[in-house]
Design a protein around this ligand. Structure first.
Ligand code: ACM
Length: 752
C-alpha cells in the first residue's frame, strides 16, 4: 500500500472487516481499502470542513470503527453553506467560504502580480493593498506590482468595468489561498478590488508569523446598491474626513457614497453658474468643483459611485440667502442655524424656478458623472405654500387638491429636467406618486412599507429606514433590518428585483469632523454586511465578534472612531492625573448618548450648528462595547443558574470598581465643567456597583430577599434608566436582571 501516501502518510493497515472477506484476493483488499478511504475522506471534507491529514490521523488513532462513526455523524451535519460562519474575521461574510489546510505567510518577500485586463486603477489598487498590508503588519514591502507569475498573490481580471460605474455591474470574485500562494480572479476590476479587501481581512498574526489561512472563497454581493449617505450640509465634512470614510466603505465593500450637499444650514458646492449660492450660503465652507472631481476619482478607484443630493423643494433655506426669488415666501433669508423642519420651500408654480433648476442641474450633471441624481424631496411642511395667495390660486386652477399634489406637480416638472441632463431621478419616499414615471427611484426612510409599495407600483427603491446611524441604535438592531423583510417579503420576484439595496445615513446635526467617524463606525460595517452577505448570515453574536476585529482594522486605514473618543476625553479631562483619567474612562465607557430624536428635546439649551461639540455626550461612542459585554456576561450568568464561580468573581470585581470610581473622579469634576456635567452619572454608576454587590451577596445565601428590598431597588433602577446630561447608563438593565434573580433566592430565570 506504499502507493497510497496522501500527504506523505501511509493508510493505516487495520482494515475494515468487510474488505477482508475470504473470497477476496490481496489485490482486491487493497482496492477496497483505497475506495473506502477515498469515500470517507471526500465525505468528511465535503460535509465537515475536515482535511485528509485529519482523517488519516483519526484512523491511525481510533481505527476504522471510529472513522465509520465519524462518517455517519458527518452525514447528519448539514452541508456547509454561505450561512455557516467559520471563525474567520471577515466582514462582510462572503457568499461561500471553504477552509483549507495551513496558511500563507505574509513576509517581506510578499508580492502581487496582475494579469488579464490591465488598467492604471488596478495598479493603484495593488499599491494601496500593499501599503495597507505593510501598515497592518509593519513589514516593509515593495509596493509595485510584480511582473513575475510566481508572485505570492496572482490576480487575474477578465475585462474592464463600465467607464462610469453602473448599478448591478459584476462585482464578484474568487479567492483561493493555499500555503504555497494565493490566486484572486474576478470578471471586472470591481471584483478584484473587493477580493483584495477580503485578503487584507484574512491576514493576521499567527504561529506562522503574519499569515492568511488557507481558504477558498467565492463571493458576490446580495444587493447591487450598498451605500453610505453623509450629510455635509448641517456640519461641513472636510475632504480628509470624506476620503478616510471612502476608505472605510471600500474595506467593507460598500459601493455608493450618497453626498447630501445642500440643506437649510448650508450649500456646500461651488456653482460657477450661480456662485452666490456657495458664497452666501456656506460660511465659506464648500467644496470647489476641482475638489469634487478629486473625491469622485478617489471613490472610483475604490469601486464607489458618488451620488449627489440637492434637497428640494424643502430643506432649501441656504439657497434662498442668495436667491430669494426661488422661495415661496418673501424673505429675506439667512443660513439656518437651528435643527428641525422649516417652512421655506421653492415656489413650484413659477416657470423661473424650473429655468433656474435647469441651469443648475445641467451644471451639476456635468460635474457628477453618476447616472443618478438625488433631489431630496423630504419633509416639505407646506406652510409657505399655504401662506402664499398666488400659490393657493395656482392649486385651485390646476385642481391640485393638497400640498402633496403640489409637490407631485413640482416633481413632474423636475423629473424631465433631470432626465434631459442624462440622469435618473432619485428622492426620499415623499416623492412617491403614481403620476410620476417609473424610472425614478425611491429611498425609503419613514418606514419599510414605502419601499414595498414603490416596488409594487413599478419603481426601484432603496431601504434607509432602520439604517439611520445618527439614531444611536446598537449595531445588532441595524443588522436585523433587511431590505427584503416586512411587506417586501410578500412581493413577487419581479417586484423584489426592483429593490436595489440600501443606504446607511449619517445625518450631521450632532457630528463634526472630530466625532463623525465614531458615529459611522464600526456600526456601519454591520449594515454593509446586511447588504452584501447572504440573507441567512444573521447571527448577532458572530457579527459582534467580527465587528470588534474590523473596528480595529478600520483604524489602520486612518479612521478615528476609537482614537477620537480618547482624544475628546483628554480635552474634557484637562490636566487630569492618570488615576482621574482612568476613572473618567471607567464611567464614560458605560455611557451612551440618548437615542432616536431625543437629543434635541433633552438639550440644556437649544442646540444649533454653532454649538460646540465638546461634551461627554459628543465624545462617547453611540454603542458602548463595555456595556454590551457586561450585559452578555450577566445573561450568561443567569442562563447558567447563577452558579458559575468565575463569573461571580468577575462581576464582583466590576461592581467594586464601579462602587469606588466616583470618589476617584470627584476631584476632577471639581476642576472641569465638562466632567462636572457627568458627576450625577458617576454617582449613579457607583450606586449601581453597590447594588450589584448586594444582589450577589443575597444570591450567595440562596435565600429570597424581602419584597420591600426588591421594590426599593427597582424604583432606583427606574430613575437611573432616565437620561442625565443626555447620557444613558447602559449596565442598568443588566443589574436589574440580577436584582430580580436575587429576589428569587438566586435561583435564576431557569428555575434551578
Ligand atoms: C430625512 O431623514 N428627512 C430623509
Amino acid at each position: 500500500m506504499s502507493d497510497l501516501q496522501p500527504y506523505g502518510a501511509t493508510i493505516p493497515t487495520n482494515l475494515p472487516r468487510f474488505c477482508k472477506s475470504s473470497s477476496q484476493k490481496d489485490g482486491d483488499v487493497t482496492v477496497c481499502v483505497r475506495w473506502c478511504y477515498i469515500a470517507v475522506t471526500c465525505t468528511l471534507i465535503w460535509r465537515g470542513g475536515v482535511d485528509s491529514v485529519m482523517v488519516h490521523n483519526f484512523v491511525a488513532s481510533f481505527g476504522w470503527r471510529g472513522l465509520l462513526l465519524l462518517f455517519l455523524l458527518a452525514l447528519l451535519i448539514p452541508k456547509p453553506t454561505g450561512a455557516q460562519q467559520p471563525a474567520l474575521n471577515l466582514m462582510p461574510m462572503p457568499a461561500s467560504v471553504q477552509p483549507g489546510t495551513g496558511s500563507l505567510r505574509a513576509d517581506s518577500s510578499f508580492s502581487v502580480a496582475l494579469s488579464g485586463h490591465a488598467e492604471p486603477r488596478l495598479e493603484r489598487g495593488v499599491e494601496r493593498f500593499l501599503q495597507q498590508l505593510a501598515r497592518q503588519t509593519a513589514i516593509p514591502l515593495n509596493l509595485k506590482p510584480s511582473k513575475s507569475a510566481q508572485a505570492t498573490l496572482v490576480i487575474h481580471t477578465d475585462h474592464a468595468s463600465k467607464e462610469i460605474q453602473e448599478v448591478g455591474e459584476d462585482e464578484s470574485y474568487a479567492l483561493e489561498v493555499t500555503a504555497g500562494g494565493a490566486k484572486l480572479t474576478a470578471p471586472t476590476p470591481l471584483g478584484t478590488l473587493h477580493g483584495l479587501q477580503t485578503f487584507l481581512q484574512l491576514v493576521d498574526v499567527s504561529t506562522n508569523g503574519f499569515a492568511a489561512p488557507a481558504v477558498t472563497i467565492q463571493d458576490k454581493p446580495r444587493f447591487p446598491w450598498r451605500g453610505l449617505m453623509i450629510d455635509s450640509a448641517r456640519h461641513f465634512t472636510p475632504l480628509d474626513v470624506i476620503r478616510r470614510n471612502l476608505d472605510g466603505m471600500d474595506a467593507v465593500k460598500m459601493n455608493v457614497f450618497h453626498w447630501h450637499l445642500s440643506d437649510n444650514q448650508g450649500f456646500r458646492v461651488e456653482s460657477k453658474r450661480f456662485p452666490k449660492l456657495q458664497e452666501l450660503g456656506s460660511d465659506g465652507r464648500y467644496y470647489t468643483q476641482e475638489e469634487i472631481r478629486d473625491v469622485i476619482a478617489y471613490a472610483r478607484d475604490r469601486g464607489i459611485r458618488v451620488v449627489p443630493e440637492f434637497d428640494i423643494p424643502g430643506h432649501s433655506t441656504s439657497w434662498f440667502v442668495a436667491h430669494p426669488e426661488l422661495a415661496s415666501g418673501p424673505g429675506p433669508y439667512e443660513i439656518e442655524r437651528r435643527w428641525g423642519v422649516f417652512d421655506p420651500a421653492m415656489d413650484p408654480t413659477k416657470e423661473s424656478t424650473y429655468k433656474f433648476l435647469d441651469q443648475f442641474i445641467g451644471e451639476m450633471a456635468r460635474l457628477f458623472p453618476d447616472q443618478f441624481f438625488h433631489v431630496g424631496g423630504d419633509e416639505v411642511n407646506g406652510k409657505q405654500w399655504d401662506a402664499n395667495k398666488e400659490i393657493q390660486e395656482f392649486k385651485r386652477a390646476h385642481s391640485l387638491k393638497d400640498n402633496q399634489a403640489l409637490q407631485a406637480y413640482f416633481n413632474r416638472h423636475l423629473q424631465p429636467i433631470v432626465q434631459k441632463h442624462g440622469k435618473s431621478m432619485i428622492g426620499w419616499d415623499e416623492i412617491l406618486d403614481p403620476t410620476l414615471p417609473k424610472n425614478i427611484t425611491i429611498q425609503s426612510w419613514r418606514g419599510p412599507a414605502s419601499l414595498a409599495a414603490a416596488a409594487k407600483q413599478g419603481y426601484r427603491g432603496l431601504l434607509s429606514n432602520g439604517y439611520y446611524l445618527d439614531l444611536g441604535w446598537p449595531a445588532a438592531r441595524h443588522y436585523a433590518m433587511d431590505p427584503m423583510s416586512g411587506d417586501a417579503a410578500n412581493l413577487s420576484l419581479e417586484e423584489q428585483q426592483r429593490i436595489l439595496g440600501g443606504e446607511s445615513c449619517m445625518w450631521a446635526e450632532y457630528v463634526d469632523a472630530e466625532n463623525i467617524d465614531s458615529r459611522i463606525w464600526p456600526r456601519n460595517a454591520a449594515i454593509a454586511e446586511r447588504l452584501w452577505s447572504p440573507a441567512d448570515v444573521r447571527d448577532p453574536a458572530s457579527m459582534y465578534a467580527r465587528l470588534d476585529f474590523v473596528a480595529t482594522r478600520l483604524e489602520w486605514l486612518g479612521l478615528t472612531h476609537r482614537t477620537s473618543y480618547w482624544q475628546m476625553l483628554r480635552r474634557i479631562a484637562g490636566a487630569a492625573t492618570p488615576e482621574e483619567f482612568a476613572a473618567l474612562r471607567t464611567l464614560t465607557d458605560e455611557l451612551e448618548p440618548v437615542k432616536d430624536y431625543t437629543r434635541e428635546q433633552t438639550a440644556p439649551a437649544e442646540p444649533t450648528s454653532l454649538t460646540p461639540m465638546n461634551r461627554v455626550v459628543d465624545a462617547v461612542p453611540l454603542e458602548s462595547d463595555a456595556g454590551r459585554r457586561f450585559g452578555e456576561l450577566v445573561d450568561k450568568f443567569i442562563s447558567t443558574s447563577c452558579l458559575d464561580g468565575d463569573t461571580v468573581a468577575r462581576l464582583r470585581a466590576q461592581f467594586t470598581a464601579w462602587r469606588d470610581n466616583d470618589a476617584k473622579l470627584q476631584p476632577l469634576a471639581e476642576r472641569s465643567l465638562l466632567v462636572y456635567e457627568v458627576a450625577g452619572r458617576s454617582r449613579d454608576l457607583s450606586a449601581l456597583g453597590t447594588m450589584g454587590l448586594a444582589a450577589l451577596d443575597a444570591m450567595s445565601k440562596r435565600q429570597p430577599v424581602p419584597d420591600s428590598w426588591k421594590a426599593q431597588q427597582l424604583a432606583r433602577l427606574k430613575q437611573w434608566k432616565e437620561q442625565k446630561a443626555q447620557l444613558l447608563l447602559i449596565p442598568v438593565s443588566a443589574v436589574q436582571k440580577l436584582v430580580e434573580a436575587a429576589a428569587t433566592g438566586g435561583t435564576c430565570a431557569n428555575g434551578k
